[in-house]
Design a protein around this ligand. Structure first.
Ligand code: ASP
Length: 333
């Protein structure tokens, strides 16, 4: 089987510097030595190192596009693809890639590590060999994220620990597979409608704003002006926003009236946004806010940027936000 590995940066390949960890390890050499000692010895493995290698906290939509471009450039030379990535924003990248590669038709698995590969207790070897096993398995499908002992759908996963070797979880769907002898594979989530001929990711002005008890209309007004291209509001529970705070709902309604979509997400990791379930969510629903359903924040944000990058606005944008492109949202039965 032919495998292509794209190395983007992250702790996995970092070394110490006077100001903290920075990319610098010989990832290519380490990877080929690792493969030589396994049953993958002799497999056809190609390797790209993106330039510059980054701490994934520095990733932008342009970084997502660099990954998409590298994967597409090697589309015909490999059967399966592994991307080595920092953990901080890996779940944003996996969600972003799932939308941009819904027509790719070959499995892609991202992984990284909590500890650099040169550290004795590092999880780098386990995660990279796990990602390789996952992507070479006949069950492998779409864009996934392997970490710890689990494979997750790339647009259903979130970083849930900054230190644990099981650093990721998929709160709404659970994993696609877990390691073991043999691995255990779970049924696939919905695959979505797909997207033909996706336009490249571009950076868009989309603030993610958290509600907190005591937020005032003046503060929300300041956070939403000048008007951005869309707003993601992380509300409470099933999508509730304080409705007795003077002027607060009016700020949201005003943003919507200027044709700026407002997407209501939840601060709960395990959530299904149901606007209108309570009076506190009803007013914003009537004003035209869009509920994010059971999407992760990462899927909600990257989908917003994806749809804006496709040139969608107004009703078309709203419509696609609640449709499934790549299995990122559960649809009403
Ligand atoms: N800051 C690092 C990154 O995301 C963290 C890691 O890889 O674990 O690139």
């Amino acid at each position: 089987m032919r495998i292509h590995v794209t190395y983007t940066g992250g702790t996995i390949g970092m070394v110490k510097s006077p100001h903290g960890l920075i990319p610098g390890a010989d990832m290519r050499g380490w990877l080929y030595r690792l493969l030589e000692e396994t049953h993958m010895h002799g497999e056809d493995v190609s390797f790209t190192e993106l330039d510059p290698l980054i701490d994934s906290s520095n990733a932008t939509p342009e970084s997502w596009q660099m990954m998409v471009d590298d994967l597409r450039a090697h589309r015909d030379d490999a059967d399966a693809f592994v991307v080595l990535h920092g953990t901080d924003t890996m779940s944003y990248s996996t969600a972003a890639l799932s939308f941009a590669l819904s027509d790719f038709d070959k499995p892609v698995v991202l992984t990284g590590a909590q500890h650099p590969l040169g550290v004795i207790e590092s999880d780098a070897t386990a995660n990279v060999t796990g990602a390789l096993n996952a992507v070479m398995d006949p069950h492998a499908h779409g864009v996934g994220l392997f970490f710890g002992h689990h494979l997750f759908a790339g647009n259903r996963v979130t970083k849930s620990s900054s230190w644990a070797f099981e650093g990721f979880s998929a709160p709404m769907t659970g994993p696609l597979a877990r390691t073991g002898t043999p691995w255990h594979w779970y049924p696939l989530n919905d695959e979505g409608e797909g997207w033909n001929n996706p336009q490249p990711y571009r950076r868009h002005d989309v603030p993610v704003i958290d509600m907190a008890p005591g937020i005032t209309a003046a503060r929300l007004e300041a956070m939403t002006h000048p008007l951005p291209e869309a707003v993601i509001l992380r509300a409470f529970g099933v999508g509730n926003v304080p409705n007795v705070e003077p002027g607060l709902i009016d700020v949201i309604a005003d943003v919507l009236q200027h044709d700026v979509p407002v997407i209501i997400a939840s601060q709960c990791q395990q959530a299904e946004v149901l606007l209108g379930h309570y009076e506190t969510g009803d007013a914003i629903a009537r004003a035209g806010a869009i509920g994010s359903g059971d999407m992760t924040l990462e899927a909600t944000y990257t989908k917003t940027v994806f749809l804006l990058s496709q040139g969608l606005r107004g009703k078309e944008f709203t419509d696609w936000m609640t449709r499934s492109i790549a299995g990122e949202i559960s649809l009403e039965p």
